[in-house]
Design a protein around this ligand. Structure first.
Ligand code: COA
Length: 255
């Protein structure tokens, strides 16, 4: 059975893909589970960092489950598969907590798009990245031509999406797509997560929002979140709300 588990280890949460027999190919059920875990994490004040990893030795994730989308009608493909996938991967990308993907083995198609939805990536030297969709007669549909276009140079992305060529860990690291190459990428990810857990969670969250506003990841919401957070701390806001509750005219202190 395909599954995405949530495991908590102190201040660090692990989202774990667990369908190694199918190379963790991503099913609609796994999308639902990932979305649920993201909602849980968003509410968990004690969690300071999130690691996304996968079971099995052969693949981090071999992409979207081909058997799940193969017979969908064009409109169901667009609506149930592409748009739902976007919604869930966007939820992961926009989590208020810092996220690290552990690419311990191949990340293809949706698996690469999933790893790209995390803040940073740690990769095993034996792992490779690929966008093989064109060999299946489709195109990347979970942000492989969009979010990935912000993370990889255009010629590299075209090399993968048009020419179907894989890139290895050394190249991915050289391009800045991967923060570190490690023989044991999970241990490295845990050490990085332990480090960020000691930083100010509020400062980390706001830094993430600022960077997302700069690069265009949910820019409108990020800008309004930053403005909203600023005004929510003001005495003017407190007075406005108090006056409304007391059914009187507000007298704003201007602070
Ligand atoms: N969707 C559904 N099932 C998948 C899958 C996917 N994306 N990728 C792998 N699997 C399944 C295989 O069908 C196989 O199932 P089976 O044992 O019941 O036959 C199992 O996972 C193992 O895969 P297999 O192909 O035997 O492993 P391999 O080591 O020989 O090859 C890959 C590994 C990654 C090269 C190969 O599985 C592959 O090309 N997968 C598809 C990758 C892809 O196109 N992803 C984009 C999808 S949109």
């Amino acid at each position: 059975m395909s599954a995405v588990h949530l495991k908590i280890d102190g201040a660090i949460a692990h989202i774990v893909l667990d369908n190694p027999a199918k190379l963790n190919a991503f099913t609609p059920q796994m999308l639902v589970q990932l979305e649920t875990h993201c909602a849980t994490l968003e509410q968990s004040a004690d969690i300071r960092g999130v690691i996304l990893r996968a079971e099995g030795t052969r693949a981090f994730c071999a992409g979207a489950d081909i058997t799940a989308w193969a017979s969908l009608s064009p409109f169901d493909f667009a609506r149930l598969w592409v748009r739902d996938g976007h919604r869930v991967f966007d939820r992961l990308a926009r989590l208020s907590k810092p996220t690290i993907a552990v690419i311990h083995a191949h990340a293809f198609g949706g698996g690469l798009e999933l790893a790209a939805s995390c803040d940073i990536r740690v990769m095993a030297s034996c792992a490779t990245l690929a966008l093989p969709e064109a060999q299946l007669g489709i195109v990347p549909g979970w942000s492989g031509t969009q979010r990935l276009a912000r993370l990889l140079p255009e010629p590299v992305l075209k090399d993968m999406a048009l020419f179907g060529r894989r890139i290895d860990a050394t190249r991915a690291h050289g391009l800045g797509f991967v923060a570190e190459i490690a023989e044991d990428p999970l241990s490295v990810a845990v050490a990085i997560a332990d480090g960020v857990a000691k930083s100010s969670p509020r400062a980390v969250e706001v830094a993430k929002y600022l960077i997302h506003a700069a690069v265009g990841e949910d820019r409108s919401a990020m800008i309004e979140a930053l403005g909203g957070g600023m005004i929510a701390a003001s005495a003017d806001k407190a007075e406005g709300v108090a006056a409304f509750a007391a059914k009187r005219k507000p007298e704003f202190p201007g602070t």
